[in-house]
Design a protein around this ligand. Structure first.
Ligand code: AMP
Ligand code: ZN
Length: 111
């Protein structure tokens, strides 16, 4: 499948890994918009939140378990999680991913 994040998962494209296990990969965003900008992705390809069903939703809970553990382990006390779903809100990679942003004060605005 021609998916950038699947290629990162299988090692065809390099990434700066923060954490990996059999179900998820966490790596640094190549174009960070905050001092800490990580991407958390399931290893199983899902296009976006729109692909989440009662059959596979346990991965979403698991991703948040990983977020909780990793932020604690790295001393990150304040952070924001974002997932873009669809073209209008700026989803550029069609593989479900959660942005973890931290390391600066943030406002709350939509352009
Ligand atoms: P989104 O716009 O929500 O689909 O997020 C996709 C994110 O992937 C963007 O923040 C990009 O900077 C990031 N990105 C694109 N290519 C790479 C790459 N090769 N390694 C790490 N992050 C990437
Ligand atoms: Zn993929």
């Amino acid at each position: 499948m021609d998916c950038l994040f699947c290629k990162i998962i299988n090692g065809e494209i390099p990434s700066t890994k923060i954490y990996e296990d059999d179900k998820v990969l966490v790596f640094k965003d190549i174009n960070p918009i905050a001092p800490i900008h990580w991407l958390i992705i399931p290893k199983h390809h899902l296009t976006s939140v729109q692909d989440v069903t009662s059959e596979n939703s346990s991965i979403v809970a698991y991703i948040f378990e990983v977020v909780s553990k990793l932020t604690k382990d790295n001393g990150i006390e304040s952070y924001r999680i974002i997932t873009n779903c669809g073209d209008d809100v700026g989803q550029t990679v069609k593989h479900l991913h959660f942005h973890l942003l931290a390391g600066t004060k943030m406002g709350w605005s939509i352009e």
